[in-house]
Write a protein that binds this ligand. Structure first.
Ligand SMILES: NC(=O)c1ccc[n+]([C@@H]2O[C@H](COP(=O)([O-])OP(=O)(O)OC[C@H]3O[C@@H](n4cnc5c(N)ncnc54)[C@H](O)[C@@H]3O)[C@@H](O)[C@H]2O)c1
Length: 255
């Protein structure tokens, strides 16, 4: 993988998958600017500390980013054990706002990678809802739409990952045609990171046991990160609008 000369902004850089993406991308030659609400514990080329779940803090953070950069990796996220409002704001509305704000800074040939999840796989069941949410213009309009259509706490993580997959698909071709910027999702299965325990509480032992019999083991962050980093580079120049499972084959067993 060659990311020489690229500048890549990575959210969620201070832990888990985001930290690995930063490491892999730098190793491949990229300059990496991290964004997170927590301080990073790895070497970066720049860091912006920010809460990526609110418009004002996102806008303040965007003001600190370079005028131009080549790729944005949206990796920051919280599990469904967090309050439903926060899950929506961080995993979907904030991600969407950040992406729309920085799109003009990404030149032709650039890329956006959104980390979804295997838990977003059931998006076809709620496609019309997700399309309607995707059609809302901006953070506040999205939040307003959601206030009128409350999402259940138990399944909010799944709901917003589904919504992210649908929004990404709906926007990607327009942005590829108009801006020459590719946008893809990566959908990991369970990964050994600090939030894996929250997923176990969120899903319950029954579901976790059922999945455990259908995969070798949970993945490691360094097995997800190279796919995300590769999507940022020129080798992936014809990959756009995809949702790529990186899950040790787990999603294939749902068919
Ligand atoms: N670990 C898994 O099993 C798994 C599986 C599928 C998808 N994912 C997704 O992968 C992404 C990364 O998760 P991870 O497993 O590396 O978890 P993690 O907890 O190790 O990392 C998440 C990072 O996001 C940051 N973050 C959270 N909320 C933020 C906010 N409001 N503002 C700024 N930064 C914020 C955290 O500080 C942390 O550094 C998430 O989007 C998650 O939903 C994880």
């Amino acid at each position: 993988m060659n990311l020489q000369g690229k500048t890549i902004v990575v959210t969620g850089v201070s832990s888990g998958i985001g930290a690995e993406v930063a490491r892999v991308a730098r190793f491949a030659g990229a300059r990496v600017i991290g964004m997170d609400r927590n301080d990073p514990s790895l070497t970066l080329d720049g860091f912006v500390k920010a809460d990526l779940g609110a418009v004002a803090t996102i806008d303040a953070a965007v003001a600190q980013l370079p005028a131009h950069f080549d790729a944005l990796c949206n990796i920051a996220g919280v599990p469904g054990t967090a309050p439903v409002k926060l899950v929506g704001e961080i995993n979907y509305l904030g991600l969407r706002h950040l992406t729309e704000q920085v799109l003009p800074r990404i030149p032709r040939g650039g890329a956006i990678v959104n980390v979804a999840s295997i838990l977003g796989a059931e998006w076809p069941l709620r496609l019309e809802q997700h399309k309607a949410l995707a059609a809302t213009q901006g953070f506040e309009a999205g939040a307003h739409w959601l206030r009128d259509r409350p999402v259940a706490q138990e399944t909010c993580y799944q709901y917003f990952k589904e919504a992210l997959i649908v929004w990404s698909a709906m926007k990607s071709q327009k942005w590829f045609l108009e801006h020459g910027v590719r946008m893809n999702c990566v959908a990991p299965g369970p990964v050994f990171t600090p939030i894996l325990g929250d997923f176990v509480s969120m899903l319950g032992q029954e579901r976790v046991q059922a999945d455990a019999h259908r995969m070798l083991r949970p993945g490691f962050a360094d097995e997800i990160a190279p796919v995300i980093a590769w999507l940022c580079g020129d080798e992936a120049r014809w990959v756009s609008g995809a949702n790529i499972a990186v899950d040790g084959g787990l999603a294939s067993t749902y068919i």
